[in-house]
Design a protein around this ligand. Structure first.
Ligand SMILES: [Fe+2]
Length: 400
């Protein structure tokens, strides 16, 4: 456990390494946070949720106000859209705090090796830290995308050209199925309880929707055809002037995409990414299909290896035959509690439960997701207009 704790904590610092103090300070929009804030907030989580309740006083009293994200039970906090103004504490002070809290947590684990509650909370803290590792990358990508110099976070690895794969359809007879967390190992509370669901016969595509398919949609007037769109999405696209996924640019028919490896020309066979739910829904309709529900996705994915490509050398979506990896997949399912779901008592109960309104579930994982972080029952969730995450889609359809 100590080894795993230190490895996950170190992985966060490795992600921050290519970034200067100025890079780590930027907050490019209210939904994004500075990298320095992510490094401090994940530390605060261990400080406030694990050390303080066990009588270990915070070494930085007052910082809880800065780095509490949304936990009402733990008091008031600095407003989220203003995280970028916190020039102090600086990156070095945040780094020092990380090391101190790490030492305190390790000491606690040494003293209480059999404390199951402690281990459960540390598992949660590590899963939380991994979620923020992905956010560090999406937030840096967004901040860098606004810089006309097209900064490079990490040089591109050598990548073979992606080749267009035919879409095969996995068929399912439907009927009474079970979904939700099962077996040992960590899962977030929102993945359970395991429960029954009824499915009509369906088919699900074995590969992700590609940039080539999105290009056909765009060139066929996809963004100007109201019959393809949900009303709310149509209004949103007009209001925001949306003509392409975030980070994708079309200049006189020439496509370029901004990535953590800088600006590049994408292969048409690469999965399309950084789409809102509205765009994913319209694109699926254009392709004669629909988005899967989360139950359809899960019964199809369960039991299959979680083999990505989740985050590796390449920080861009690559074609994959795996249900997991490359891009998060929008589902048609609203983010709601499963039957019998009860949030935990206390501050920890605020982790997931209170966000179960006006968001959609995404399944799988992305090229920015830490390896080992996801599983078939994993439920990611974002509002319908979210595009700064690595979000894409796979198709599903009803069987006659
Ligand atoms: Fe958090």
């Amino acid at each position: 456990m100590i080894e795993r704790f230190l490895a996950v904590r170190a992985a966060t610092e490795t992600l921050a390494e290519p970034l200067s103090a100025e890079d780590q300070q930027v907050q490019s929009m209210p939904a994004c946070s500075p990298v320095k804030w992510h490094r401090a907030h994940t530390t605060w989580f261990f400080d406030a949720m694990i050390l303080a309740p066990r009588g270990i006083e915070s070494r930085r009293p007052g910082w809880g106000y800065l780095f509490n994200s949304y936990y009402e039970a733990l008091g008031p906090r600095h407003p989220r859209p203003a995280r970028g103004v916190l020039s102090r504490p600086g990156v070095d002070e945040v780094g020092a705090w990380r090391r101190e809290v790490d030492a305190d947590v390790v000491e606690l684990l040494r003293r209480h090796p059999d404390d199951e509650d402690l281990r459960g909370l540390i598992e949660l803290g590590l899963a939380h830290e991994e979620q923020h590792q992905e956010l560090i990358l999406t937030d840096v990508l967004h901040a860098f995308s606004l810089n006309p110099l097209d900064p490079i976070y990490r040089p591109a690895p050598r990548l073979p050209r992606a080749s267009e794969a035919r879409r095969s359809w996995a068929e399912h007879d439907g009927g009474l199925v079970e979904i939700g967390r099962r077996g040992p190992g960590f899962a977030f509370d929102n993945e359970g309880p395991r429960h029954k669901a009824w499915l009509e016969p369906f088919a699900i595509g074995d590969r992700l929707v590609t940039i080539g398919e999105w290009t056909a949609f765009a060139e066929d007037g996809g963004y100007e055809r109201p019959e393809l769109w949900l009303s709310e999405g149509w209004d949103w696209a007009r209001r925001e002037g949306i003509r392409a996924p975030m980070h994708l640019r079309r200049d006189h028919g020439h496509l370029s995409v901004f990535t953590l490896h800088g600006r590049r020309e994408p292969d048409p066979a690469e999965p399309v990414s950084h789409l809102s739910y509205y765009e994913a829904d319209a694109l699926a309709r254009y392709l004669g299909a629909r988005l899967p529900t989360e139950a359809e996705w899960e019964v199809w994915a369960e039991g299959r290896p979680v083999d990505g490509p989740l985050r590796g050398d390449a920080l861009i979506p690559r074609p994959t035959a795996s249900p997991f990896g490359s891009v998060w997949q929008w589902t048609a399912s609203p983010y709601a509690p499963y039957p019998g779901y009860r949030p935990a008592a206390g501050a920890i109960g605020e982790y997931n439960g209170k966000f179960m309104v006006n968001q959609l579930v995404l399944r799988g994982g992305s090229c920015l997701t830490p390896p080992g972080h996801v599983r078939a029952s994993y439920r990611n969730f974002w509002p319908a207009d979210t595009r700064f995450q690595a979000t894409g889609l796979r198709l599903a359809r009803d069987r006659a």
